[in-house]
Design a protein around this ligand. Sequence first.
Ligand code: ADP
Length: 271
Amino acid sequence: TTFEVTVNSTTLETGTVVVLSFQDLTALEQAEDMRRDFVANVSHEMRTPLTSLQGFIETLRGPAKNDPDASDRFLEIMESEAGRMNRLVEDLLSLSRVESDIRVRPTSRVYLNLLINEVIAALTPVAAAKDVSLVAHIPKHDVEIAGDREQLWQVISNLIENAIKYGVEGGTATIGLTEPEYDPAIMQDGVQITFNDDGIGIPSHAIARLTERFYRVDSHRSREIGGTGLGLAIVKHIINRHRGRLRISSTVGEGSEFKVILPVESTPKQQ
Ligand code: ADP
């Protein structure tokens, strides 16, 4: 079915007729639904810490006014709620940045072996706080690809942070990097970065939805440990921008594997 739609827009010449296919209209409606959901989600996520902050401010002004112990406790909670809002805003900004330049393929030279080691060093205190060991299987020599260093840092750090967050105390998160070789999934030379944990795992019905904005398997648990539900959406966009692939496999109660495949060159070789 084909619909004809006349568009009154200053950017189009008057009388321009735009023909949209049925699929296009459905896609437009879907995009509009997604936008509405997104705004509703953001508002909801913002409102929760704000309501809590407001409640504590009222209590500090009233009943807890002359109770230093209670005040200290409440101020600590308020600090963590403010931190949550901060992380949410930071993640929203990251998401909008990567969404806006998704078409441009990054071309800087990035040494993945060095980058992974740097991220591991930065996250070692976070892992230690939960008694999770970080183990790396990284080639000693340089593994160089075309990419955006800052964005790849974000991918690696989000995936290691998740392995720690959804890992078990005393568990292990293993990060691996392969040498470049032809990868049929991207039909060119690529490298694989793998993130394995022995944590809570992910039910199979949830795997396909993990990279949706604000999707969480267990919202309560994720919020409690400080998650925004945007980390994997950001990861997916950055990998797409690099024309790579993300593969997720998991067994509940045993652990998960996130595998990132990235092309070595920004321009695929002509076959
Ligand atoms: P969050 O900020 O909630 O961690 P993410 O987008 O990073 O958001 O992840 C989405 C959801 O995917 C998480 O809430 C969690 O339920 C699940 N998840 C992500 N990584 C793992 C993992 N390594 N093990 C188990 N569950 C995971």
